[in-house]
Ligand binder design. Structure first.
Ligand SMILES: Cc1ncc(COP(=O)(O)O)c(C=O)c1O
Length: 407
Protein backbone atom coordinates (compact mmCIF):
# COMPACT_ATOMS: atom_id res chain seq x y z
CA UNK A 1 0.00 0.00 0.00
CA UNK A 2 1.39 3.38 -0.96
CA UNK A 3 0.19 6.41 1.05
CA UNK A 4 1.03 10.03 0.28
CA UNK A 5 2.08 12.40 3.08
CA UNK A 6 -1.21 14.33 2.75
CA UNK A 7 -3.18 11.06 2.72
CA UNK A 8 -1.30 9.89 5.77
CA UNK A 9 -2.07 13.10 7.69
CA UNK A 10 -5.72 12.96 6.65
CA UNK A 11 -5.81 9.34 7.76
CA UNK A 12 -4.77 10.56 11.19
CA UNK A 13 -7.47 13.22 11.11
CA UNK A 14 -4.85 15.93 10.68
CA UNK A 15 -5.26 16.84 7.01
CA UNK A 16 -5.89 20.54 6.25
CA UNK A 17 -6.80 21.43 9.83
CA UNK A 18 -4.97 23.67 12.22
CA UNK A 19 -3.85 20.48 13.94
CA UNK A 20 -1.94 19.54 10.80
CA UNK A 21 0.12 22.68 10.89
CA UNK A 22 0.71 22.22 14.61
CA UNK A 23 1.75 18.66 13.92
CA UNK A 24 4.19 19.72 11.22
CA UNK A 25 5.48 22.68 13.22
CA UNK A 26 6.22 20.36 16.13
CA UNK A 27 8.82 18.63 13.98
CA UNK A 28 11.04 21.64 14.58
CA UNK A 29 11.27 20.84 18.29
CA UNK A 30 13.63 18.00 17.54
CA UNK A 31 16.25 20.58 16.64
CA UNK A 32 15.62 22.49 19.86
CA UNK A 33 16.01 19.29 21.82
CA UNK A 34 19.22 18.47 19.95
CA UNK A 35 20.59 21.92 20.66
CA UNK A 36 19.53 21.75 24.29
CA UNK A 37 21.23 18.38 24.59
CA UNK A 38 24.38 19.75 22.99
CA UNK A 39 24.27 22.47 25.61
CA UNK A 40 24.05 19.85 28.36
CA UNK A 41 27.04 18.05 26.87
CA UNK A 42 28.96 21.29 27.01
CA UNK A 43 29.18 21.49 23.26
CA UNK A 44 26.37 23.79 22.19
CA UNK A 45 24.30 26.77 23.16
CA UNK A 46 21.08 25.01 24.06
CA UNK A 47 19.23 27.58 21.92
CA UNK A 48 17.63 27.35 18.54
CA UNK A 49 19.02 30.12 16.32
CA UNK A 50 16.57 32.79 15.16
CA UNK A 51 16.45 32.72 11.38
CA UNK A 52 14.73 35.21 9.08
CA UNK A 53 11.17 34.10 8.16
CA UNK A 54 11.14 31.54 5.39
CA UNK A 55 14.79 30.52 5.83
CA UNK A 56 15.07 26.76 6.39
CA UNK A 57 17.90 25.55 8.58
CA UNK A 58 20.41 23.17 7.04
CA UNK A 59 20.87 20.46 9.64
CA UNK A 60 24.27 18.86 9.22
CA UNK A 61 24.93 18.11 12.88
CA UNK A 62 23.74 14.54 13.55
CA UNK A 63 25.23 12.41 10.75
CA UNK A 64 21.81 11.60 9.31
CA UNK A 65 21.10 10.55 5.76
CA UNK A 66 19.53 13.78 4.45
CA UNK A 67 17.27 11.96 2.00
CA UNK A 68 15.86 9.30 4.32
CA UNK A 69 14.87 5.81 3.31
CA UNK A 70 13.72 4.69 -0.14
CA UNK A 71 10.16 4.31 -1.34
CA UNK A 72 10.03 0.59 -0.51
CA UNK A 73 10.73 1.39 3.13
CA UNK A 74 8.23 4.23 3.37
CA UNK A 75 5.57 2.03 1.79
CA UNK A 76 6.42 -0.75 4.24
CA UNK A 77 6.00 1.60 7.22
CA UNK A 78 2.77 3.15 5.98
CA UNK A 79 1.42 -0.26 5.01
CA UNK A 80 1.62 -1.38 8.63
CA UNK A 81 -0.76 1.26 10.03
CA UNK A 82 -3.84 -0.98 9.67
CA UNK A 83 -2.09 -3.37 12.09
CA UNK A 84 -1.09 -0.71 14.60
CA UNK A 85 -3.60 -2.13 17.11
CA UNK A 86 -1.85 -5.51 17.13
CA UNK A 87 1.12 -6.58 19.21
CA UNK A 88 4.21 -7.17 17.11
CA UNK A 89 3.85 -10.96 17.57
CA UNK A 90 0.48 -10.77 15.77
CA UNK A 91 1.93 -8.94 12.79
CA UNK A 92 4.28 -9.86 9.98
CA UNK A 93 7.16 -9.68 9.43
CA UNK A 94 8.05 -10.75 12.96
CA UNK A 95 11.20 -9.58 14.70
CA UNK A 96 12.33 -13.19 14.31
CA UNK A 97 11.98 -12.79 10.52
CA UNK A 98 14.26 -9.77 10.67
CA UNK A 99 16.81 -11.63 12.79
CA UNK A 100 16.77 -14.55 10.34
CA UNK A 101 17.21 -12.19 7.38
CA UNK A 102 20.15 -10.41 9.05
CA UNK A 103 21.72 -13.78 9.90
CA UNK A 104 21.27 -15.05 6.35
CA UNK A 105 22.83 -11.92 4.84
CA UNK A 106 25.84 -12.29 7.12
CA UNK A 107 26.56 -16.02 7.10
CA UNK A 108 25.28 -16.49 10.63
CA UNK A 109 22.32 -18.08 12.39
CA UNK A 110 19.43 -16.40 14.14
CA UNK A 111 21.09 -17.09 17.51
CA UNK A 112 23.98 -14.84 16.39
CA UNK A 113 21.74 -11.78 16.08
CA UNK A 114 20.07 -9.47 18.59
CA UNK A 115 17.93 -6.45 17.69
CA UNK A 116 17.99 -3.10 19.45
CA UNK A 117 16.09 0.17 19.58
CA UNK A 118 18.82 1.75 17.51
CA UNK A 119 22.34 0.58 18.21
CA UNK A 120 22.39 2.69 21.37
CA UNK A 121 20.40 0.01 23.17
CA UNK A 122 22.94 -2.58 22.07
CA UNK A 123 25.92 -0.49 23.17
CA UNK A 124 24.31 -0.09 26.59
CA UNK A 125 23.46 -3.78 26.87
CA UNK A 126 27.01 -4.80 25.95
CA UNK A 127 28.20 -2.45 28.71
CA UNK A 128 25.75 -4.07 31.14
CA UNK A 129 27.04 -7.53 30.25
CA UNK A 130 30.77 -6.86 30.44
CA UNK A 131 31.37 -3.94 32.83
CA UNK A 132 31.35 -3.81 36.61
CA UNK A 133 32.89 -1.52 39.23
CA UNK A 134 36.04 -3.68 39.10
CA UNK A 135 36.10 -4.15 35.30
CA UNK A 136 36.80 -0.90 33.45
CA UNK A 137 35.89 0.37 29.99
CA UNK A 138 38.58 1.17 27.41
CA UNK A 139 37.82 3.61 24.58
CA UNK A 140 39.67 5.81 22.08
CA UNK A 141 39.44 9.57 22.53
CA UNK A 142 37.60 11.17 20.93
CA UNK A 143 34.95 8.66 19.98
CA UNK A 144 31.18 8.26 20.09
CA UNK A 145 30.31 9.25 23.65
CA UNK A 146 27.35 7.04 24.54
CA UNK A 147 29.19 3.98 25.95
CA UNK A 148 31.54 6.06 28.13
CA UNK A 149 28.69 8.27 29.38
CA UNK A 150 26.59 5.22 30.27
CA UNK A 151 29.51 3.44 31.94
CA UNK A 152 30.47 6.44 34.04
CA UNK A 153 27.09 7.89 34.92
CA UNK A 154 24.87 4.82 35.16
CA UNK A 155 27.17 1.91 35.92
CA UNK A 156 29.76 3.94 37.90
CA UNK A 157 32.56 2.25 36.02
CA UNK A 158 36.05 3.64 35.39
CA UNK A 159 36.74 4.68 31.79
CA UNK A 160 40.30 4.58 30.45
CA UNK A 161 40.96 6.48 27.23
CA UNK A 162 43.66 6.21 24.56
CA UNK A 163 44.04 9.34 22.40
CA UNK A 164 43.74 8.87 18.66
CA UNK A 165 47.02 9.13 16.74
CA UNK A 166 47.67 12.91 16.67
CA UNK A 167 49.10 12.85 13.12
CA UNK A 168 46.69 10.56 11.29
CA UNK A 169 43.68 10.82 13.66
CA UNK A 170 43.35 7.04 13.38
CA UNK A 171 42.25 5.08 16.43
CA UNK A 172 45.52 4.03 18.11
CA UNK A 173 45.03 0.29 18.56
CA UNK A 174 48.40 -0.13 20.30
CA UNK A 175 47.48 2.51 22.87
CA UNK A 176 44.11 0.81 23.48
CA UNK A 177 45.84 -2.54 23.89
CA UNK A 178 48.04 -1.11 26.64
CA UNK A 179 44.86 -0.44 28.69
CA UNK A 180 42.92 -3.68 28.24
CA UNK A 181 44.40 -5.95 30.90
CA UNK A 182 41.58 -6.64 33.37
CA UNK A 183 39.14 -4.47 31.42
CA UNK A 184 35.49 -5.45 31.20
CA UNK A 185 35.03 -4.05 27.71
CA UNK A 186 36.91 -2.27 24.96
CA UNK A 187 34.72 -0.16 22.66
CA UNK A 188 35.72 1.35 19.35
CA UNK A 189 33.89 2.49 16.27
CA UNK A 190 35.24 1.66 12.87
CA UNK A 191 35.02 4.10 11.14
CA UNK A 192 35.42 6.31 14.19
CA UNK A 193 33.01 9.11 15.06
CA UNK A 194 34.05 12.00 15.01
CA UNK A 195 37.44 11.55 13.31
CA UNK A 196 35.87 9.70 10.33
CA UNK A 197 38.94 7.44 10.03
CA UNK A 198 39.08 3.67 9.67
CA UNK A 199 41.42 0.97 10.91
CA UNK A 200 42.13 -1.73 8.33
CA UNK A 201 40.58 -5.20 8.52
CA UNK A 202 44.03 -6.72 9.17
CA UNK A 203 44.84 -4.28 11.98
CA UNK A 204 41.45 -4.93 13.55
CA UNK A 205 41.78 -8.73 13.50
CA UNK A 206 45.36 -8.51 14.86
CA UNK A 207 44.07 -6.20 17.60
CA UNK A 208 41.25 -8.57 18.53
CA UNK A 209 43.69 -11.49 18.70
CA UNK A 210 46.02 -9.47 20.95
CA UNK A 211 43.18 -8.46 23.30
CA UNK A 212 42.13 -12.11 23.53
CA UNK A 213 45.71 -13.06 24.48
CA UNK A 214 46.26 -10.23 26.95
CA UNK A 215 42.86 -10.29 28.64
CA UNK A 216 40.73 -13.26 27.50
CA UNK A 217 37.55 -12.32 29.41
CA UNK A 218 37.45 -8.73 28.10
CA UNK A 219 34.56 -8.05 25.74
CA UNK A 220 35.33 -6.31 22.43
CA UNK A 221 32.56 -4.11 21.03
CA UNK A 222 33.06 -2.84 17.50
CA UNK A 223 30.55 -0.25 16.37
CA UNK A 224 30.21 -0.20 12.58
CA UNK A 225 27.54 2.53 12.41
CA UNK A 226 29.12 4.17 9.34
CA UNK A 227 30.52 1.13 7.51
CA UNK A 228 28.21 1.55 4.50
CA UNK A 229 29.98 4.81 3.62
CA UNK A 230 33.54 3.43 3.58
CA UNK A 231 35.43 3.66 0.29
CA UNK A 232 38.89 2.54 1.52
CA UNK A 233 39.43 -1.05 0.33
CA UNK A 234 41.52 -2.01 3.36
CA UNK A 235 38.35 -1.91 5.49
CA UNK A 236 36.00 -4.79 5.95
CA UNK A 237 33.35 -5.66 8.48
CA UNK A 238 34.41 -7.54 11.63
CA UNK A 239 31.31 -9.78 11.38
CA UNK A 240 33.33 -12.92 10.50
CA UNK A 241 35.68 -12.33 13.46
CA UNK A 242 32.70 -11.75 15.77
CA UNK A 243 31.09 -15.01 14.64
CA UNK A 244 34.35 -16.90 15.17
CA UNK A 245 35.51 -15.36 18.47
CA UNK A 246 34.02 -15.40 21.99
CA UNK A 247 33.17 -12.03 23.58
CA UNK A 248 33.34 -10.06 20.31
CA UNK A 249 30.28 -8.05 19.29
CA UNK A 250 29.74 -5.99 16.17
CA UNK A 251 26.97 -3.37 16.40
CA UNK A 252 25.20 -1.90 13.39
CA UNK A 253 22.55 0.76 13.02
CA UNK A 254 19.96 1.54 10.38
CA UNK A 255 20.08 5.22 11.44
CA UNK A 256 22.82 6.27 9.03
CA UNK A 257 23.03 5.06 5.40
CA UNK A 258 19.62 3.39 5.72
CA UNK A 259 18.09 6.76 6.56
CA UNK A 260 16.01 5.40 9.45
CA UNK A 261 17.28 7.34 12.48
CA UNK A 262 13.72 8.03 13.64
CA UNK A 263 12.66 4.43 13.17
CA UNK A 264 15.19 3.15 15.75
CA UNK A 265 16.54 -0.17 14.53
CA UNK A 266 19.97 -1.55 15.30
CA UNK A 267 21.40 -5.03 15.52
CA UNK A 268 24.41 -6.79 16.91
CA UNK A 269 26.18 -9.93 15.77
CA UNK A 270 28.38 -12.27 17.78
CA UNK A 271 28.69 -15.83 19.02
CA UNK A 272 25.45 -17.33 20.33
CA UNK A 273 26.58 -17.30 23.97
CA UNK A 274 27.61 -13.64 23.81
CA UNK A 275 24.38 -12.65 22.08
CA UNK A 276 22.30 -14.60 24.60
CA UNK A 277 23.84 -12.56 27.42
CA UNK A 278 23.00 -9.31 25.65
CA UNK A 279 19.47 -10.43 24.79
CA UNK A 280 18.71 -10.87 28.51
CA UNK A 281 18.61 -7.08 28.79
CA UNK A 282 16.32 -6.61 25.80
CA UNK A 283 12.83 -5.26 26.58
CA UNK A 284 9.97 -7.45 25.31
CA UNK A 285 9.00 -6.24 21.79
CA UNK A 286 11.74 -3.62 21.89
CA UNK A 287 11.53 -3.15 18.12
CA UNK A 288 8.09 -2.25 16.84
CA UNK A 289 6.00 -3.43 13.91
CA UNK A 290 6.85 -0.42 11.74
CA UNK A 291 10.58 -0.65 12.39
CA UNK A 292 10.73 -4.35 11.64
CA UNK A 293 8.79 -3.93 8.39
CA UNK A 294 11.01 -1.00 7.42
CA UNK A 295 14.21 -2.87 8.20
CA UNK A 296 13.17 -5.95 6.22
CA UNK A 297 12.21 -3.80 3.21
CA UNK A 298 15.45 -1.89 3.50
CA UNK A 299 17.72 -4.94 3.72
CA UNK A 300 16.00 -6.32 0.64
CA UNK A 301 16.93 -3.20 -1.30
CA UNK A 302 20.77 -3.11 -1.18
CA UNK A 303 20.94 -1.00 -4.34
CA UNK A 304 19.40 1.89 -2.41
CA UNK A 305 22.31 1.77 0.05
CA UNK A 306 24.88 1.56 -2.77
CA UNK A 307 23.27 4.60 -4.40
CA UNK A 308 23.25 6.48 -1.09
CA UNK A 309 26.92 5.65 -0.49
CA UNK A 310 27.88 6.87 -3.99
CA UNK A 311 25.88 10.06 -3.53
CA UNK A 312 27.56 10.65 -0.17
CA UNK A 313 31.04 10.06 -1.61
CA UNK A 314 30.50 12.70 -4.31
CA UNK A 315 29.15 15.29 -1.85
CA UNK A 316 31.87 14.43 0.68
CA UNK A 317 34.58 15.05 -1.95
CA UNK A 318 32.94 18.34 -2.93
CA UNK A 319 32.80 19.52 0.69
CA UNK A 320 36.36 18.47 1.56
CA UNK A 321 37.63 20.24 -1.57
CA UNK A 322 35.64 23.42 -0.85
CA UNK A 323 37.18 23.57 2.62
CA UNK A 324 40.66 22.73 1.27
CA UNK A 325 40.30 25.61 -1.21
CA UNK A 326 39.75 27.86 1.81
CA UNK A 327 42.91 26.45 3.41
CA UNK A 328 41.35 23.96 5.86
CA UNK A 329 42.33 20.30 5.84
CA UNK A 330 39.98 17.46 6.70
CA UNK A 331 40.80 13.92 7.80
CA UNK A 332 40.41 11.19 5.17
CA UNK A 333 36.69 10.73 5.81
CA UNK A 334 35.19 7.29 5.32
CA UNK A 335 31.80 8.34 6.66
CA UNK A 336 28.86 10.68 6.06
CA UNK A 337 30.57 13.45 8.02
CA UNK A 338 33.91 15.18 7.81
CA UNK A 339 36.28 16.31 10.53
CA UNK A 340 38.03 19.53 9.59
CA UNK A 341 40.88 21.41 11.21
CA UNK A 342 39.67 24.98 11.60
CA UNK A 343 42.00 25.66 14.53
CA UNK A 344 44.08 28.34 12.86
CA UNK A 345 40.99 30.57 12.70
CA UNK A 346 38.61 29.60 15.50
CA UNK A 347 37.34 26.93 17.86
CA UNK A 348 34.61 24.44 16.99
CA UNK A 349 32.20 26.37 19.27
CA UNK A 350 32.85 29.69 17.49
CA UNK A 351 32.46 27.99 14.11
CA UNK A 352 29.23 26.32 15.19
CA UNK A 353 27.79 29.57 16.51
CA UNK A 354 28.85 31.49 13.40
CA UNK A 355 27.25 28.89 11.13
CA UNK A 356 24.10 28.56 13.27
CA UNK A 357 23.49 32.31 13.04
CA UNK A 358 23.29 31.78 9.27
CA UNK A 359 21.03 28.74 9.48
CA UNK A 360 23.63 25.97 9.19
CA UNK A 361 23.82 23.54 12.12
CA UNK A 362 27.13 21.72 12.40
CA UNK A 363 28.29 19.17 14.97
CA UNK A 364 28.99 19.59 18.65
CA UNK A 365 32.36 19.84 20.42
CA UNK A 366 34.53 16.74 20.55
CA UNK A 367 36.94 17.14 23.43
CA UNK A 368 39.91 17.01 23.55
CA UNK A 369 39.99 18.24 19.92
CA UNK A 370 37.34 20.97 20.21
CA UNK A 371 39.82 23.83 20.02
CA UNK A 372 40.86 22.84 16.52
CA UNK A 373 38.56 20.34 14.85
CA UNK A 374 34.90 20.66 13.80
CA UNK A 375 32.58 17.90 12.65
CA UNK A 376 30.33 18.59 9.68
CA UNK A 377 27.77 16.03 8.50
CA UNK A 378 27.23 15.57 4.77
CA UNK A 379 23.86 16.81 3.54
CA UNK A 380 22.58 16.87 -0.02
CA UNK A 381 24.76 18.47 -2.72
CA UNK A 382 22.45 21.50 -2.74
CA UNK A 383 22.69 21.83 1.03
CA UNK A 384 26.48 21.53 0.99
CA UNK A 385 26.78 24.11 -1.80
CA UNK A 386 24.91 26.55 0.43
CA UNK A 387 26.68 25.39 3.59
CA UNK A 388 30.17 25.82 2.10
CA UNK A 389 29.27 29.41 1.20
CA UNK A 390 28.37 29.91 4.86
CA UNK A 391 31.64 28.23 5.91
CA UNK A 392 33.49 30.66 3.62
CA UNK A 393 31.83 33.67 5.24
CA UNK A 394 32.39 32.39 8.78
CA UNK A 395 35.93 31.09 8.41
CA UNK A 396 37.25 33.38 5.66
CA UNK A 397 40.09 31.89 3.61
CA UNK A 398 42.92 30.91 5.95
CA UNK A 399 46.01 33.02 5.50
CA UNK A 400 48.58 31.28 7.70
CA UNK A 401 51.06 28.73 6.35
CA UNK A 402 50.09 25.98 8.80
CA UNK A 403 49.31 22.70 7.01
CA UNK A 404 46.10 22.22 8.96
CA UNK A 405 47.11 18.65 9.85
CA UNK A 406 47.41 17.22 13.31
CA UNK A 407 46.52 18.89 16.55
C1 LIG B 1 29.25 5.61 16.22
C2 LIG B 1 27.79 5.64 16.55
N1 LIG B 1 27.24 4.56 17.11
C3 LIG B 1 25.93 4.53 17.44
C4 LIG B 1 25.14 5.63 17.21
C5 LIG B 1 23.69 5.56 17.64
O1 LIG B 1 22.92 5.16 16.61
P1 LIG B 1 21.41 4.71 16.80
O2 LIG B 1 20.60 5.76 16.15
O3 LIG B 1 21.34 3.40 16.09
O4 LIG B 1 21.12 4.54 18.25
C6 LIG B 1 25.66 6.77 16.62
C7 LIG B 1 24.82 7.95 16.39
O5 LIG B 1 25.20 8.99 15.96
C8 LIG B 1 27.03 6.78 16.29
O6 LIG B 1 27.62 7.85 15.75
Amino acid sequence: MSVSRRGFLQGLGLGQTTHASEFLAARGHEEEVAFAMQGRQGGGRGMRPQLPPGVEAIRISSNENPLGPGKAVIDAILGKFPEANRYPFNSTPLDADLEILIAKLNAGKRENVVLGVGSQELLKNAARVFLSPTRHLVIPSPTYGDPAGFAQNQLKVTVKTAPVDPKTLKTDLGALLALVKGAGLVYLCNPNNPTAMINSAKDMSDFIAEVRKTSPTTGILIDEAYCDYVTDKSFSTAFPVALATPNVIVARTMSKAYGMAGVRIGYAIGQAETIRKMARYRMPYNVNTFGVAAAVASLKDPQHIRDEAARNTAVREFTIKALADLGYTSSDSQTNFIFTNIGKTMTAAAFREGCAAKGVMVGRDFPPLEKTWARISIGTMEEMQKATEVFRSVLKPATTTSSGKGQ
